[in-house]
Design a protein around this ligand. Structure first.
Ligand code: ZN
Ligand code: ZN
Length: 71
């Protein structure tokens, strides 16, 4: 029988939220911050929609409000 590497992955290093697996526990704890609702989020000043990442806000601004950074 061959044992695949994925079978060896420790289930305690798998994100319960998005099923991503990590080789190190500390990597998982860092990743978990992305699912923490209390972490600071980027907020759209125009419609107050909140985003977990600044890049998402930027894309939202361009797509929804047609604004680009700078000028
Ligand atoms: Zn996750
Ligand atoms: Zn907006």
């Amino acid at each position: 029988m061959d044992v695949t590497l994925s079978a060896v992955v420790n289930s305690s290093c798998v994100s319960q939220v998005c099923d991503l697996s990590f080789s190190l526990k500390k990597m998982l704890s860092r990743h978990k911050l992305t699912h923490n609702p209390n972490r600071p989020m980027a907020e759209c000043l125009l419609c107050h929609k909140k985003f977990t990442r600044n890049d998402y806000l930027k894309v939202h601004m361009e797509n929804v409000h047609g604004e680009t950074e700078g000028c």
